[in-house]
Structures are given as structure tokens and as C-alpha cells.
Design a protein around this ligand. Structure first.
Ligand code: F6R
Length: 366
């Protein structure tokens, strides 16, 4: 049932090219400029009149929400806020009838997310679900939605759910951008085409497996680890850190790279591995100077770079190469080597990768 893989997590990491394709199949037609999902088409007016989009979710799904915030704002100019469902429901949030709430949940059963949805409905908002499990509580409780087609996710650590959530949310952003005219025609077509080839690039990114294993062997005994990224890759840094802590029990923190100097840089010494997401597109020069700051304090740098990179390679202790894509779509690629790195570290530490201690696949209690 693990399809020849040692763990469900690894199998699910490797399924990503296929499930991303399954998620956009029938919805994305790059050559004809069509991107459509029934749940969005049926409620297009509500989305187009939204004064604001509020995203509620927990854990990895919340990280997908953060990526979506950057994408939706950039493509559609609709203001987006992302909240932990657990915070949202307990703070008398301001919700207006023309807010659109998007709830993201792999299992569709997360208690806090479900409660946040009920609250938003009571306050008159239109609630749209992005779920993986068909017929789940959240998919039934929301007014409309679009499923991810990741298939069953058995490993407790979420991997393919994350990338398929980003796929659906990117398609929503593109659909709204088309209707609102907030992207130029050429950008719109370019993003559609780039999204269509993401599965091949994820496949290519999976070739970093051996390299990730090599790096894992070097850092498996580290007590701490930092993850840094900027822009679209800041949420990827958070997600990389979450993956490492939940399956390997190494303490890890994700930070926006520029926040380093406001505190966390004090942690850096020769013992501290720092994973830096540094693709060529987007804030590259800024990330390079962040890397220099870490290096001058003797931190050990593991960098995720675009194939053919020169500058970061000279500075970093270890590099993992990934194929190039546009900045906005890069989280779908940059997240892959980070999943592999956590996986190998956890295996080498003898951890129960698929069922980490203290964790449940769906958190139906608050
Ligand atoms: C992390 C993880 C959790 C879930 C969170 C939300 O790998 O699996 O953080 O992402 O519990 O779960 P769903 O998406 O089912 O609502």
C-alpha cells in the first residue's frame, strides 16, 4: 500500500507531480486562456464584489493560506487577511456581509476551522471551502468550494495537500484576475502556462532527493534549525520549519529573512544550520546579503537555489538546485526539497515519520 516506498510520507511527496495535475485537470486550459472551477463560476459575483478575502485555517493549511494571500493580492488587488482559525473564532472578529471567507483544510474535519466557518456564516459572510476529503464536515458546512485532488493523505505530516491547496488557490486568483482585468493579458497567459508545467518541475525538484539525504546526514544531530525566506517564500520557510519539528523533533523556526537582524540573528553560531530559500526570481540580492550576514557569524548555510546559480553557491555550505519558475509559483517548487530534507533527517533519527508522537492526522478537538 506504500507503493514500494518506506513510508507514506515519502510516497506522498513523490505523488505531487501527479496530484497537482489531477487538481488542475479539467479546470485549467492554458492555451485557450481558461481557468474555471464550478464553485467559483457559480459564485463569481460574490468573489468580484468582495471587499476583502479572509482566509482561515490551521497548521500547514494556514501556510498555504499565507502563500495565497501574496498571490491573490498580487494578481487581483483584493485585500486578503489570513488568520489561524483558533484565533479568529475567539476574538469577536470583524466580518462584513461582503467579505468572502476561504477555509482551507485537508481533512475537512479540523474543529477550530469548522467553528470559524460557523461564526463567519452567522455574521453573514460567504464561505468557500478548499478541502481534500470529499463529503467532509467542512465541505458540507461551507456555501461552496473547490476540492483539492491530492487523494488520501495518510502521513500525519502534510505534503501533497499543501501543494494542491496552493494549486487551487492560484487558480482562484487567476480566475478573479481575468474577470477583474488586474493582470495583463500576457502575464495571465504566462502564469497559466507556467502552472501547467509545474508538475514537470516538481518532478525535476524531486531529483534533489539524494542531495537532501546527503545534507540530512550532516545535520541530523542539530538541536535547532532556522529557515529563512522572503516574499512568496516566507510561508515556505514557516512550512519547512514545521515539517522538521513535527517529524524529527528538532526545534526549528521559520522567519522572513529580513527579520533576522531584529532578534534571531543572536542565535547564529557555528552550531546553527540555516536553511535559506534563495531562488533567482524575487528579492535575490536581498537574500544574498542575508546569507552574507549569517556567514559572517559562522552559521551553516543550506541554500535552495535555482539551477545554474553562481552567487549563493559561493557562499553557502550546501546547495540544493531546483528548476526555475516565476516568483509567484515558486513555493510549489521550493517546498519540495524541504519536505525531503525533513523526511531524511527524521528517518536518520529513528523517528516514526508517518505517525509522529503527540500528533493526530485530523484535529477534531480544539
Ligand atoms: C502539518 C499538519 C497540520 C495540519 C493542520 C490542519 O503537517 O498536518 O498542521 O495542516 O492540523 O489540518 P487540516 O488541513 O486537515 O485542517
Amino acid at each position: 500500500e506504500k507503493g514500494g516506498y518506506d513510508h507514506f510520507m515519502l510516497k506522498e511527496i513523490y505523488e505531487q507531480p501527479n496530484v497537482i495535475k489531477d487538481t488542475y485537470r479539467g479546470r485549467l486550459h492554458a492555451n485557450s486562456g481558461i481557468v474555471q472551477m464550478a464553485g467559483v463560476e457559480d459564485n463569481l459575483e460574490k468573489f468580484l464584489h468582495a471587499q476583502r478575502i479572509l482566509i482561515v485555517a490551521c497548521g500547514t493549511s494556514w501556510h498555504a493560506g499565507l502563500v495565497a494571500e501574496y498571490i491573490i493580492e498580487e494578481f487581483t488587488r483584493i485585500p486578503v487577511e489570513v488568520e489561524y482559525a483558533s484565533e479568529f473564532r475567539y476574538r469577536n472578529p470583524i466580518i462584513n456581509p461582503n467579505d468572502v471567507v476561504i477555509a482551507i483544510s485537508q481533512s475537512g474535519e479540523t474543529a477550530d476551522t469548522l467553528a470559524a466557518i460557523k461564526l463567519a456564516k452567522e455574521k453573514g459572510a460567504f464561505v468557500f471551502g478548499v478541502c481534500n476529503v470529499v463529503g467532509s464536515s467542512i465541505s458540507r458546512e461551507t456555501h461552496a468550494g473547490a476540492y483539492t485532488h491530492a487523494g488520501p493523505e495518510i502521513g500525519v505530516a502534510s505534503t501533497k495537500a499543501f501543494t494542491t491547496q496552493i494549486t487551487v488557490l492560484t487558480m482562484i486568483a487567476l480566475r478573479l484576475a481575468k474577470a477583474k482585468g488586474t493582470l495583463s493579458n500576457s502575464d495571465f497567459y504566462r502564469y497559466l502556462q507556467e502552472l501547467e508545467v509545474i508538475p514537470e518541475k516538481v518532478h525535476e525538484a524531486l531529483e534533489s532527493n539524494e542531495k537532501a539525504k546527503e545534507i540530512a546526514a550532516k545535520f541530523k544531530d542539530a538541536p535547532n534549525c532556522l529557515y529563512l525566506g522572503r516574499g512568496y517564500n516566507f510561508p515556505v520557510a514557516l512550512e519547512g520549519a514545521l515539517k522538521l519539528k513535527e517529524i524529527s523533533y528538532i526545534h526549528a523556526e521559520g522567519y522572513p529573512a529580513a527579520e533576522m537582524k531584529h532578534g534571531p540573528i543572536a542565535l547564529i553560531d557555528e552550531q546553527m544550520p540555516v536553511v535559506v530559500i534563495a531562488p533567482k526570481q524575487g528579492h535575490y540580492d536581498k537574500v544574498v546579503s542575508n546569507i552574507q550576514e549569517i556567514k559572517s557569524r559562522s552559521g551553516k548555510i543550506i541554500a535552495v537555489v535555482t539551477k545554474g546559480d553562481v552567487q549563493v553557491k559561493e557562499l553557502a555550505d550546501h546547495v540544493i538546485e531546483i528548476p526555475e519558475t516565476s516568483d509567484a509559483l515558486s513555493p510549489l517548487i521550493t517546498t519540495i526539497p524541504l519536505q525531503l530534507l525533513s523526511y531524511h533527517i527524521a528517518v536518520m533519527r529513528g523517528c516514526n515519520v508517518d505517525q509522529p508522537r503527540n500528533l493526530a492526522k485530523s484535529v477534531t478537538v480544539e
